[in-house]
Ligand binder design. Structure first.
Ligand SMILES: Cc1cc2nc3c(=O)[nH]c(=O)nc-3n(C[C@H](O)[C@H](O)[C@H](O)COP(=O)(O)O)c2cc1C
Length: 328
């Protein structure tokens, strides 16, 4: 092996990769990940202390969030000229060790700086989408992008399939609203701290229509967020797995991130709607009634166009590098 290929990963590059990875979306902005570095490897670990006990007992959303961070890390490392070789679940005896990246110097990817910009721009914009329909082909293309990462992504374009999905989304929201532990958990992660959780400002839209039904966050006072219910023009993509296990969840997270970055680059907005999967009853119904047994639903997302020229949203914060990265 040549000298260059064994070159140690510079600390500045390591920092940029992990910083980029922390820009990933995570359920309630819990950022349930840890990174452990050696000279040329970077391990991704789930942080079960950040799992949501009431709504995510199995850790599905936790691992999907980590999968999104894993994809972000791969995008950033490749853009910076350190394309990683990834081993998922390298040690079956350590289930929290989700992936190991081996980083070797290469050439920066073409379009790398645009990709880095897209990582910075991506965010969850829950304001009502415009009524411009998202063409089925666009939704299908996004599903195909997610599928390239080893997950199954299904674009729900059939009217009766969408109708059943919408009914279950509302049912899940109602069921969770009646569970005090789930309601308290969501409250705990709102305006939680300067480094994690969802600031109510991030739920605030500048152009709103009063009275719209909302699903998650609908009971949050002093926000004018609206429009979380699914509209006719919205695209719906559901990420699913052959199994409902950590390997499928991690892949779903990578697919979610790939799809979301592609959507952001193409001017589309993505909003996850995870309650329908979090609730056991609606998850089972979704599997049979919407997916017809095709797979286990892991995360549902809504896709649409945001109005041009809207003001920027308050961005969600992130934990500092020192809290998430362990150096040798
Ligand atoms: C697995 C997962 C589930 C999520 N579920 C929801 C949801 O049900 N409703 C919602 O409005 N946002 C949901 N989100 C979006 C997060 O709240 C968001 O990613 C986080 O607050 C960080 O903000 P950002 O995406 O703007 O960076 C989810 C994200 C992930 C990764």
């Amino acid at each position: 092996m040549s000298r260059t290929r064994t070159r140690t990963l510079p600390l500045a590059v390591l920092h940029r990769i992990v910083e980029g990875a922390t820009r990933a979306p995570s359920v309630h902005n819990t950022q349930p990940w840890r990174w452990r570095a050696t000279d040329r490897t970077l391990d991704l670990l789930a942080d079960p202390r950040r799992r949501l006990a009431a709504t995510d007992p199995a850790g599905r959303n936790m691992v999907i969030s980590c999968g999104a961070a894993l994809h972000h890390a791969q995008v950033v490392a490749t853009a910076l000229g350190w394309p990683p070789v990834v081993t998922r679940h390298p040690d079956p005896d350590r289930p929290d060790l989700l992936a190991r990246l081996v980083l070797a110097p290469g050439v920066p990817a073409p379009g790398g700086s645009e990709l880095l910009d897209t990582v910075e721009q991506r965010c969850t914009d829950r304001r009502r989408f415009t009524s411009w329909p998202v063409p089925d082909e666009r939704v299908q293309r996004l599903a195909a992008v997610a599928g390239e990462w080893g997950t199954t992504a299904v674009a729900l374009t059939d009217t009766s399939q969408r109708f059943r999905a919408e009914r279950l989304i509302l049912e899940a929201a109602d069921r969770q609203a009646r569970r005090p532990a789930a309601v308290a958990e969501q409250r705990d992660w709102l305006d939680r701290s300067a480094v994690d959780g969802v600031p109510t400002g991030a739920l605030t839209g500048s152009e709103v229509a009063a009275g719209a039904h909302r699903t998650r966050f609908e009971d949050v006072p002093d926000t004018d967020l609206e429009g979380q219910d699914v509209q006719l023009a919205d695209g719906l993509v559901v990420l699913c797995g052959r199994d409902d296990d950590r390997a499928s969840w991690l892949r779903a997270g990578e697919g979610l991130s790939a799809m979301w970055l592609a959507a952001t680059a193409g001017g589309l907005s993505v909003v996850p709607l995870s309650q329908v999967v979090e609730d056991e009853t609606t998850r089972a119904s979704f599997r049979t009634q919407v997916l017809a047994g095709l797979g286990h639903p892991l995360l549902l997302t809504r896709v649409g166009w945001q109005a041009i020229g809207r003001s920027d949203l308050v961005r969600t914060p992130r934990r500092p590098l020192a809290e998430v990265l362990e150096l040798p």
